[in-house]
Design a protein around this ligand. Structure first.
Ligand code: PEP
Ligand code: MG
Length: 781
């Protein structure tokens, strides 16, 4: 039988259908509404290579010295070519299309399902391919691509190294109906901190991506499962939704005006969802975090995993139950993820810098720059040398991130904090020492990566965040240790944003505005340098790219101010993009061609950025402020001001200012104030590196990177004093803003505002309030 439906899968079929399909079959058998799917069994792959007689050549080709990288690359290429270019026997094609037609003529998701359970997952490394929105015409090709993924360089290398026989490895493929959801969301079947039978549901219009990515604030429903009473209903203003576009891809749209504030779930739908939640919870014998969808009045279970945030002290026996459930689960991928916990033998413990808080357990996905990022699935832990902007979609899906390189202000650290994904950076040789498929627990506070699951341990985060909890139930939100009421402070507390996708989540912190919106990500994520982008798409498109990115943040915060910084990416980051060959190759990019220096040297490109500001003002976003990075002295500022005027920005009418990031700018503060600016903001990441001569990205001197060093504080104190004389506002937007000692110092000195990372905003608000109260007390005593 070349294909098997989920309800035909029995306990004996594991070796024919693989772990992913088996776990789907198990949930279907338990009566759960998993979207329908059939499995192209491992026998089909086997008969394909045998009947077409490519098997012998295939296994001969991959029998190479795996240390010879050229030979390995050639072997992988030839093996994949053999599979992809060999016509499948007519019977395989017919069976496949017949099963597809039986499911209904709609696009499907195609994913590989590893068999050979006795081999570690790494023997399949590279086979985690998932193809979404596959049409009938593309089905066979996608199935063959899943088969071919058995022969990536890494998979061949691993099998050869471990002495596994390539000829003995099989692969199955799951073909599953895609649910074109009208409504979707997540559900905690029990309270995520206490484990009490209180279900919490979040719901929004359209496909689940909008909820999971945090692009929309969903409705929230709290239900006492024992009395079946709906205790709380919070209807959110749902501005955006994800829908299937014309070519089948997922696109974001505005929610029609009349539905924005309409309640998504009826009481009857809530109870149906809770029935499903109870079934999954019973099946795994532990509370679950479930992704669901509703289409044509049918409820679907898209994914389920154990809740890992339940406080052990409250729910004493939770740990055993969770682990037991997890052990049943099979792979951490596919529609239903049982948790994928497995015991490991050789202990690994790595340390790095805890750069985004929270503790999480998941399956390692080693990712290199050239990898297909689709292999990173919901709940995986990305392990990589260093993240890049094009990894962001995968970072959103990941449960955690570990990098070999980088510090608290690296790309990985900044983006993971904004996404609310726990991260450990600078963990040296993590990508060498960890293996694909291995289960690890990372602690983004302590900066540790340990083998195996520590699911039983007390997690920091206890409640779901309306925007973030859905995606990362295990990610701690330290701010929630405080009361949910925002403290009133005289000093403004703002938030930093680097990726527009984090706008809603950042706005929900109650921050007084955005103290730093970096636009680098908007440019770098196009994968083209500004010059190449303009060459390929024209100036207008480049301006639009910036306008759109900034607009989503300015809109989410309106009328609160959003301080947008002009481009400041070092040349080494540009060099990795298309067009990067035309960028300078610099010995020390941190001291080189970046920030205002680059902008003044390329006035044509810079003026396009300024035109984007002008357009935003025209569109009515008068809350947008303009900030110039890495200035040295007043000359930089005056030249930039002239360019602003050239594109029609009136510096007298608009709020604009500079970052104080170089010792020179701190020492020249009087002249800067006289240039007419409205504010300055301390970029302590750079100010510290330049004052102390400690490269912020160099792990060898990371121990010397101290933003609280007296030399740095001295410069800052003097700048605040001078700015007060000139009535120029002062702020901080470097990483140090999250440190209580820095907050104390700045409030004491009379800073106007403090801009912190999303995860630190609430803590900073409380710290500011505490210091202000102390100052008040001191003044009256
Ligand atoms: C800084 O230098 O402190 C800063 C906020 O800018 P960036 O980290 O983007 O250089
Ligand atoms: Mg800086």
């Amino acid at each position: 039988m070349p294909t098997l439906w989920l309800d035909e899968i029995g306990a004996d079929d594991l070796s024919r259908v693989g772990g992913k399909a088996a776990s789907l079959g198990e949930l279907t058998a338990a009566g759960l509404p998993v979207p329908s799917a059939f499995v192209v069994t491992a026998d089909t792959y086997r008969s394909f290579i045998e009947e077409t007689e490519i098997d012998e050549e295939l296994f001969e080709v991959v029998d190479v010295d795996s240390d010879d990288s050229a030979a390995l690359a050639e072997a992988a290429e030839r093996a994949q070519e053999l599979i992809l270019e060999t016509e499948a026997p007519p019977s395989v094609k017919e069976d496949l299309l017949a099963a597809y037609d039986e499911m209904g003529d709609a696009d499907v998701a195609v994913r590989s399902s590893a068999t050979a359970e006795d081999l570690p997952d790494a023997s399949f490394a590279g086979q985690q391919d998932t193809y979404l929105n596959v049409s009938r015409a593309d089905l066979l090709r996608r199935v063959k691509e899943c088969w071919a993924s058995l022969f990536t360089q890494r998979a061949i290398y691993y099998r050869n190294e471990q002495g596994f026989d390539d000829a003995a490895v099989d692969i199955a493929v799951v073909v599953q109906q895609m649910v074109d959801a009208e409504k979707s969301g997540v559900m905690f079947t029990s309270h995520p901190s206490t484990g009490a039978p209180t279900a919490i549901l979040e719901a929004a219009w359209g496909l689940g991506e909008a909820v999971v990515s945090g692009a929309v604030s969903p409705d929230n429903y709290v239900v006492d499962r024992e009395s079946e009473e709906i205790e709380e209903v919070t209807v959110a203003d749902k501005k955006v939704m994800c829908v299937r576009g014309e070519d089948g891809e997922t696109v974001e749209r505005s929610v029609p005006e009349e539905k924005r504030n309409e309640r998504v779930l009826s009481p009857e739908e809530i109870h149906r969802l809770i029935d499903v939640g109870e079934l999954v919870e019973d099946h795994y014998d532990t509370p679950q975090d479930v992704e669901w969808a509703i289409f044509e009045d049918e409820v679907y279970l898209l994914q389920s995993r154990p809740i890992t945030t339940i406080d052990e002290a409250v729910e004493g026996e939770e740990a055993d139950a969770a682990t037991a459930s997890a052990d049943e689960g099979g792979e951490a991928s596919g529609v239903a993820d049982g948790g994928a916990m497995q015991s490991q033998t050789d202990d690994v413990r790595l340390t790095g810098i805890g750069s985004s808080p929270g503790k999480v357990t998941g399956e390692v996905r080693i990712v290199s720059k050239l990898d297909n990022l689709d292999k990173v699935e919901e709940g995986d832990i990305i392990v990589t040398e260093m993240t890049t902007p094009d990894m962001v979609p995968a970072m959103k899906r990941a449960a955690g991130i570990v990098t070999d390189q980088g510090g608290m202000t690296s790309h990985a650290a900044i983006v993971s904090r904004e996404l609310g994904v726990p991260a450990v950076v600078g963990a040296d040789d993590a990508s060498d020492r960890l293996r694909d498929g291995q289960i690890v627990t990372i602690d983004g506070d302590m900066g540790t990566v340990e083998q195996g699951t520590e699911i039983a341990e007390t997690e920091e985060s206890t409640e779901t965040d309306a925007n973030a909890g859905a995606e990362q139930p295990a990610a701690a939100e330290p701010s929630q240790q405080h009361s949910p009421v925002k403290p009133m402070t005289g000093t403004e507390v703002k938030v930093n944003v680097s990726i527009p996708e984090a706008a809603e989540r950042a706005a929900a912190t109650g921050a007084d505005g955005v103290g730093l919106l970096r636009i680098e990500h908007m440019i770098l994520s196009t994968n083209k340098t500004p010059a190449r982008y303009v060459e390929d798409h024209g100036e207008r498109a480049y301006v639009d790219e910036i306008v759109e990115g900034v607009r989503s943040v300015a809109e989410a915060f309106y009328p609160r101010p959003v301080r947008v910084r002009t481009l400041d990416a070092p040349s080494d980051e540009f060099r990795q993009l298309q067009g990067g060959e035309d960028e300078p190759s610099e010995h020390n990019p941190m001291l080189g061609y970046r920030g205002i220096r680059r902008s003044l040297d390329r006035p044509g490109e810079f003026k396009l950025e300024l035109r984007a500001f002008e357009r935003l003002y025209e569109l009515g976003y008068d809350n947008v402020e303009l900030m110039l990075p890495l200035v040295t002295d007043a000359e930089d500022v005056l030249r930039a001001k002239a360019l602003m005027q050239e594109v029609g920005i009136d510096p007298e009418k608009r709020d604009w200012g500079v970052m104080v990031e170089t010792p020179a700018s701190a020492l020249c503060i009087e002249e800067l104030c006289e240039a007419g600016l409205d504010f300055v903001s301390f970029g302590t990441n750079d100010l510290t590196q330049y004052t102390l001569a400690v490269d912020r990205n160099n792990g060898n001197v990371a121990g010397r990177f101290d933003e609280l060093h007296p030399a740095v504080l001295d410069l800052m104190g003097k700048v605040i004093g001078t700015c007060r004389e000139y009535d120029v506002a002062t702020s901080i937007c470097g990483q140090a803003a999250s440190k209580p000692e820095m907050v104390q110092f700045l409030v004491d000195e009379g800073v106007t505002s403090i801009s912190a990372n999303i995860d630190a905003v609430r803590d900073v608000q409380h710290e500011v309030k505490r210091v202000e109260q102390r100052l008040l007390l001191e003044s009256v005593r």
